[in-house]
Design a protein around this ligand. Structure first.
Ligand code: PLP
Length: 398
């Protein structure tokens, strides 16, 4: 017994004990904090091994301290592959895919020249064209390469573009390719029925992730990943050192997440997401998201009503991509003006917007997602942008 907490140092519960004690889905309505904390102490804590107990002498310690805790708070924080030569493996994504995809490929040993980032343009609102994917796969097969992974994105980083999962999923299935869906930002919106259409076809994907820390109020970092066939991961990553062997793991009675990831140690990230789901309830979370989307729509209306500006891409979620319009078709000068406008607006310290480049156009990004943002903040942001844009519009005869 751990003298300080009254709980056994090593959890004494049986694998799976929690399944029947917890509901299958998040509550629609908020639950009182007291009830949640009662559940934490009565249901969750008995399942924990107390790594901080003074009577913990196993493995090596995982020490914590008040200073470390404060720092954390301040910080805010295919089997097919088998013996195949890595140089034959080819992966597909679009030129809008997040840079972490390239990094992941390099870590995984994929040769840089085998990373196909397929071109997108305004004709698909920057979504990945399935035809290009199929043509690239056919051409790679003809040259003896092995196409093995497609990364589709729902809500790209630059413009929240949506790759069409239904046709991409069919292609992946036809060629026996793993399809991952990166729904880091926009996947969160799919808790609302009206946004679920953007992940139509996800049933044909092999894996999907969201960043609950982006738009589901779970603090950095919390990135749930679902995989259709967990054994693809486990067979690749399982290690069985004697010092980690327990009867329950030998008998496969527990899900051992050490076999799903590279590192062994991991944080209890699901706890904060579970608290968010219970304390707010699914309906409130849906409404938070809807509010943000409405605020973005509001900003989009402001832009659309000002002839000096244009909305550049179709808005699906809470990101508006816009810019000062070119004068006399001069795109270079237009880019320069927008770059200047961004720097000026951000230098006020009053608001912070970011930018991207799409089809050679320098674009301003207005992404609503901060929990405290209200209509007045959006209105004020537009006032500041217009005020600083007027310098270019009038003084520079733009
Ligand atoms: C679509 C998309 N994927 C991946 C990431 C990176 O996520 P993480 O910071 O969790 O690696 C981002 C971050 O902005 C993103 O927008």
């Amino acid at each position: 017994m751990d003298n300080s907490s009254g709980f056994p140092v090593l959890s004494q519960v049986q694998p799976g004990y929690l399944r029947d004690m917890l509901p299958d889905s998040a509550p629609d309505h908020p639950e009182p904090l007291k009830e949640l904390l009662d559940d934490v102490s009565k249901k969750i804590i008995p399942g924990l091994t107390h790594w901080q107990s003074p009577s913990y002498f196993a493995y090596y310690a995982s020490s914590t301290s008040v200073a470390g805790f404060l720092g954390e708070m301040l910080r805010q924080d295919n089997e097919k592959v088998g013996k195949t030569s890595l140089s034959q493996l080819v992966v597909y994504a679009s030129d809008q895919t997040h840079s972490s995809f390239r990094k992941a490929c390099l870590i995984g040993g994929i040769h840089e020249e085998n990373i196909r980032l397929l071109k997108t343009d305004s004709s698909t609102n920057y979504g990945m064209p399935p035809k290009s994917v199929e043509e690239a796969i056919s051409s790679d097969l003809a040259e003896g390469f092995i196409p093995f992974f497609i990364c589709a994105t729902v809500g790209t980083t630059s413009s929240a573009a949506v790759d069409p999962l239904v046709p991409l999923g069919k292609i992946a299935k036809n060629y026996g390719i793993w399809m991952h869906v990166d729904a880091a930002y926009a996947g969160n919106a799919c808790i609302c029925p009206e946004f679920r259409k953007y992940i139509d076809g996800v049933e044909n994907a092999d894996s999907i992730n969201i960043n609950a820390h982006k738009w589901l109020f779970a603090n950095q970092t919390c990135s749930p990943l679902w995989v259709k066939d967990r054994y693809s991961l486990i067979n690749a990553l399982k290690t069985n050192p004697e010092y980690l062997e327990y009867k329950v793991s030998k008998r496969n009675e527990v899900v051992n997440y050490k076999d799903w990831q590279i590192s062994l140690s991991r944080r209890f990230r699901s706890l904060k997401l579970w608290m968010v789901l219970r304390l707010y309830g699914a309906e409130n979370l849906r409404n938070f998201i809807r509010d943000h989307v409405n605020l973005a729509r509001h900003f989009e209306d402001y832009v659309a009503q000002d002839a000096h500006f244009e909305v550049v891409t179709t808005r699906y979620f809470s990101l508006v991509c816009f810019r000062l319009v070119p004068v006399d078709g001069d795109e270079d000068k237009c880019n320069e003006r927008n770059r200047e406008l961004l720097a000026t607006v951000n230098s006020t310290g009053q608001i912070f917007i970011s930018h991207t480049v799409l089809s050679g156009k320098f674009i301003l990004r207005f992404a609503v997602g901060a929990p405290l943002t209200e209509e007045k903040h959006v209105t004020e942001a537009w006032r500041i942008i217009q005020k600083h844009a007027s310098k270019f519009i009038h003084k520079k005869k733009y």
